[in-house]
Every structure is written in C-alpha cells, then in structure tokens.
Design a protein around this ligand. Structure first.
Ligand code: NAP
Length: 482
C-alpha cells in the first residue's frame, strides 16, 4: 500500500461516543525518518476531553451489564480485524514512529494477541463461596468492573501499549478514554475504527489526542467519575500522576521506565547470549522499557562476547523503516538523538571505548547507528538513565555476588536478563534480582499471556497474564446470613 493511502485511511478527529468529530485545534504528526509532516490530527482541549469522559461514563452501566461472552466475541472480532489489516496498520506505525516494517508487523500481531488473550479471560472471571470460620454466615465473593478508566500510552509501542490496556478494560466491562502519545496518535486512531467494525458499542472506548496532556488529563483525574488510571510511560510522569490520583484515591496501574541489566556468566552459551543481547538491545531501535541498558559480562568471556556482538551490531543496516532490510530506523525525535549522543559522550569521558558507531549520522532524520561501548564505568550516566537508543554498554564482573549487587544498584526494577547454562545458578540469580521479570537465557520476555510489570520505581500492577484483568476488576464480598 502506498504511504499516502495508509495515512489517508486513518481518521484524524476525536473519537467520542462512537462518532468522529473535529476539534477546535489540530496538531501535526511527523515522520521521524524525514522530519516531514504526515498529517494533522485533533488537538483536544480540556472541554473536549471532558466530553469524552462524559461519553465513557454514560456508556458504563450498559457496558458493565453485557455478558462476558458478548465482550469476548467483540475482542475476538477485533483480533481478527487487526490481523487482516496488518500491512496497512504496520505501515502507518512505521511512518509515525520509525520502527522497521517487519517490527511493526510483529507489533500488530503482538497487539492483536492481547485481544485474543483477554477475549479468553473475559469468560473466566471467577468468584468465591465459603463458610465463615465461625459459621452463621456465608461469604460470596464476586468481581465487578472497576468502572470508567483513563488509559495513557507512550510512543514507543503505539498499538500494543493500547491493546494491552483496552483489551482487559473491555473484557472486564469497563469503558475508557484513551490518550495516545502526541507523537504517535495514528495507530490508536486506526484502532478506533477497527473496534467499531468489531461491534464495540458507542462510548465504550473513546480516543482523545492532544498536545496538552497536563491541561487535558489533570481535570479528568480530579473529576472523580473515572475510577482507574492505567499509565505506561516514564517514571517521572508516572510519579506525578500517582500524586494526582491520590486526591481521588483512584486505582492505578503504572508501567514505567526500566534500567535492565543483562548478565552473561562464564558458563553461558555465548552464541545464545549474543542472540539474546541483540534482541534485548535492538528491539525497537533500543527504545523499549525492556531494553538491555547495562550489559555485564564475566571477565573470562567478555572479549569473545564483545567481539561477536560488535560484529553483529556493525552489520546492521540503518535507514527508513519502510526500506527493505533496514534494522536500525530513526529515533523518535531530535531530542532523543541529542540524549543518546550526550550519554555516549559522558561514558567516553569517563573512560569507555567505542568499538562501533558512537556518533549521530550526518543525514536528514533522527538517525543514530548501532553502537558498542566497552569499559563503561558504573558512574556513567547511561548506567543510571535509560539510554533509549541502539547503544550496547558493556562492562565486566568477576563474581556472581558482584554481578547481582551491581544489577540491583538502581531504583528501577522492570526486567533483567541472565545467561548461564547452570540451572542452579540461573534460579539463584533470578530470585536475587530485584525486577518484576527476568529472561533466563532469553532476550525477550513480552508475551500477552505472561504478567508484565515492574517493581521499585518501574511501576505498580501487571498487564497481561491471568492477573492482567484484575487491574480492571473490583472484588466485592457479600456476607450472607444463613
Ligand atoms: P512519557 O513522556 O512519560 O509519556 C507517556 C504518556 O504520558 C504520553 O502519552 C504523554 O503525552 C503522557 N503525558 C506526559 N505528561 C503528562 C501529564 N502531565 N499528564 C498526563 N499525561 C502525560 O513517556 P514517553 O517518552 O512517551 O515513553 C517512554 C517511557 O515509557 C520510557 O521511560 C519507557 O521505559 C516507558 N515505557 C514503559 C513501559 C512499561 O511497560 N513499563 C512500556 C513502554 C514504555 P505526550 O505524548 O503528549 O507527551
């Protein structure tokens, strides 16, 4: 499909109460590989966003009253439609976000899988019945939708971060207002039409795009009618939103930033470890909360691991995500290139060596090549901040205890990776790592059927897995006299 046709296929207004409408203001969406404007979309103000909340609140009682099977069927329809539209949707995603088309197709499949998973979960919402320990009463425990929810998503996975929230909200019987990132609104706008085609009633999901997130979201949180905020984004914004939510004691799910350690022990299969590091580092051009941020390798295997990783990294083609074979697309914007450049300069100043890459490319678009640094000291800024770019930062360790201690030396705790052929060591280290997820001999942990989420400042709650739907359910206990 032609790029223009893909962009033209997406509605660009506000999606409120099942209808598309214009807003008073518009904002541009850019192609990060060229800097060109792809289109403009609605730029909601606070009053327009309130109308979206009104629509979601109005639809809540009838949506909560639908049967689990009805909700499940709509999600299965949406799963099918996403896959039927994969080429068009992947192209839209690549154009607005920059990731290579093959990765964008993979994200559409991953995003669709959340709908299938939660279609299956919708019909398994359970409850309980028990006798009070002292007798005289029975406990009935049932689970009800938490209510209208606010969903906020980042730019790095424009479709999957949306379906990971919309899927369980729909399954649980919650209506929602979703605000996608201003830089990548098109994927969620395209999804709105897919949900309508799947049979979702008016008002169940409403989409608000805006360039003024604070002005628009703060009143929605303080309004009091929305009962849940599910946020994916930076720890800084997450903390701010948690404070706001405290004012109305709103339920929250927080999927925040990471600083993943990637540990390679001396008994690791090094080829597997290099494969894993490529996946954990280069997925999404390094712009993932799960990205391997600090690669810690045992001294005795560091040279071989580094040589093999560098060979793979320096061979990666850079270019527009729409070009055949490209692996390293553009970063999201100029600020991202400046941040990566500054982190690399800081590491080099502190003694790190550049084995490949290391400088932004002198061409239009936000391109930074795959880069490998060795000897990155623990006090380098990149060991404390998300690099969010294609930079592998390697340092070495001597003992298992040292590796674990350094891996845990961060306020973040989203994911960690461990490469060892020893089962005992693998279990021991996985249990000692302070993170919500660990990849043991695998470089990708994301799976809709698994509980995704972090500890410490990486967040609260879990998305996906059998507990993902719980985030959108309240437990109600009914005491029954007998
Ligand atoms: P961000 O700046 O925190 O933005 C995330 C979302 O929050 C965007 O939609 C943004 O809108 C919105 N937002 C910003 N300020 C807000 C405010 N005051 N009130 C309400 N909403 C506000 O994060 P990002 O740069 O888009 O995404 C990258 C971050 O997300 C990284 O830290 C990454 O690790 C994290 N992430 C975490 C996970 C996870 O599952 N743990 C997954 C993916 C990404 P605008 O677009 O208008 O700024």
């Amino acid at each position: 499909m032609l790029e223009e046709a893909a962009i033209a296929s997406v509605q660009t207004g506000l999606f409120i109460g099942g209808k598309w409408r214009d807003s008073a203001r518009t904002m541009p969406v850019h192609d990060p590989s060229t800097g060109q404007i792809l289109c403009t979309v609605a730029d909601a103000d606070a009053a327009e966003a309130r109308e979206a909340l009104d629509a979601a609140v109005a639809a809540q009682p009838s949506w909560a009253a639908t049967t689990p099977r009805e909700r499940s069927t709509i999600l299965m329809n949406a799963h099918r439609l996403l896959l039927e539209n994969v080429d068009r949707l992947a192209l839209v995603m690549t154009l607005e976000m920059g990731k290579p088309l093959t990765e964008a197709r993979g994200e559409i499949a991953y995003a669709a899988e959340f709908f299938r998973w939660f279609a299956e979960e919708a019909v398994r919402i359970d409850g309980g019945y028990m006798t009070a320990p002292g007798g005289g009463s029975r406990f009935l425990v049932t689970r009800q939708p938490v209510g209208t929810s606010l969903l906020i998503t980042p730019w790095n996975f424009p479709m999957a971060m949306g379906t990971r929230k919309i899927g369980p909200a729909i399954a649980a019987g919650c209506t929602s207002v979703i605000k996608p990132a201003a830089q990548t609104p098109l994927s969620i706008l395209a999804l709105a039409d897919i949900l309508t085609e799947a049979g979702l009633p008016d008002g169940v999901v409403n989409v608000v795009t805006t360039s003024s997130p604070d002005e628009v979201i703060t009143p929605l949180i303080l309004d009091g009618r929305a009962r849940k905020l599910s946020f994916t984004g930076s720890t800084k914004v997450g903390k701010h939103l948690l404070e706001l939510c405290a004012r109305t004691v709103m339920r929250t799910s927080m999927e925040l930033g990471g600083n993943a350690p990637f540990l390679v022990f001396d008994d690791a299969n090094l080829d597997d470890a290099v494969d894993g590091a490529m996946a954990a580092k280069m997925r999404n051009i390094g712009q993932a909360c799960t990205a391997a941020n600090r690669i810690l390798v045992h001294n005795s295997v560091a040279e071989e691991f580094t040589r093999k990783l560098t060979q793979r990294m320096e061979a990666l083609p850079v270019g527009r995500g729409t070009e055949d074979g490209v692996v390293v697309g553009p970063l999201i914007d100029e600020a991202a290139v400046a941040k990566v450049s500054s982190l690399v300069a800081d590491a080099v100043d502190r003694g790190a060596s550049v084995l490949t890459g290391g400088e932004a490319l002198d061409r239009p678009g936000n391109f930074y090549p795959a880069t490998v640094l060795t000897g990155v000291p623990d006090d380098a800024e990149m060991c404390h901040n998300e690099i969010f770019g294609p930079v592998a930062a390697i340092s070495t360790f001597e003992t298992e205890a040292e590796a674990v201690e350094r891996a845990n030396d961060t306020p973040y705790g989203l994911v960690a990776y461990v490469y060892t052929e020893s089962l005992k060591r693998g279990i021991r280290v996985c249990e000692a790592l302070e993170s919500g997820m660990v990849g043991l001999n695998q470089g990708v942990v994301s799976n809709p059927a698994a509980p995704f989420g972090g500890v410490k400042e990486s967040g609260l709650g879990r998305e996906g897995g059998t507990t993902g739907i719980d985030e959108f359910l309240e437990t109600k206990y009914i005491g029954v006299a007998v």
